[in-house]
Write a protein that binds this ligand. Structure first.
Ligand code: GAR
Length: 213
């Protein structure tokens, strides 16, 4: 059973979905650590309620971003983590951290990457008049939101939608696809090699599994 660390900054609904999937056996893994960069992150309570060790690392306690990521990395190494799962972790990880956990960091981003990397994806999609939005699970490399895509989920944007409607629609998809992707990794089916995502020894298409592009 693999050891998983989940990094969060806020609500932690993706974390909760991962906790549930580990408990029900859908993910053949154990969350051994939850890390937050914000003391008030509600996800910390979810971790505590599930009996998962959790720690907060705040930037002001460190000289720079690298020192903070070094401390987080040391903690994850101490916990013998096999997979680092970013679930709403809103701080950009430094290159040494990414290299230290190379090939075993996953992220979920609320857009159909490569469209809308970075912040404010819902507003940007709606202002552009897009008819669909979505979410992407991808491996993390040194380029922000730029690593190989594993799986995406699309949702429609309707003309009378408010931002919150689209956000909820996307979130519902995230809670389905993230545990699924983590389960593939935990089962040894999903790997990151040569900058590409592989599922069952096949390179996944640029837009991930079951891409319709
Ligand atoms: C998720 O929707 C995730 O896609 C997004 O933060 C939200 C966290 O929600 N991540 C990013 O924007 C990363 N760039 P949660 O705390 O309820 O899981």
């Amino acid at each position: 059973m693999i050891k998983i660390a989940v990094l969060i900054s806020g609500e932690g609904s993706n974390l909760q979905a991962l906790i549930n999937a580990c408990h029900s056996g859908k993910i053949n893994g154990k969350i051994v650590a939850v890390v937050s960069n914000r003391e008030q992150a509600y996800g910390l309570q979810r971790a505590a309620e599930a009996g998962i060790e959790n720690r907060t690392f705040v930037r002001k306690a460190y000289a720079d971003n690298q020192a903070m990521d070094m401390a987080i990395g040391d903690y994850l190494t101490e916990k013998q983590v096999d997979l680092v799962v970013l679930a709403g972790y809103m701080k950009i990880l430094t290159v040494p951290f990414i290299q230290r956990f190379a090939d075993r960091i996953l992220n979920i981003h609320p857009s159909l990457l490569p469209k809308y990397p970075g912040l404010d994806t819902y507003r940007r999609a709606m202002e552009a008049g897009d008819l669909e939005h979505g979410t992407t699970v991808h491996f993390v490399n040194e380029i922000v939101d730029g690593g190989a895509i594993v799986l995406q989920a699309k949702v429609p944007i309707f003309s009378d939608d408010q931002l919150d409607d689209v956000m909820q629609r996307v979130k519902a998809q995230e809670l389905q696809i993230y545990p699924l992707v983590v389960s593939w990794f935990a089962d040894g089916r999903l790997k990151y090699r040569d900058g590409r995502a592989w599922l069952d020894n096949e390179i996944l298409p640029e837009n991930g599994y079951a891409s319709d592009e």
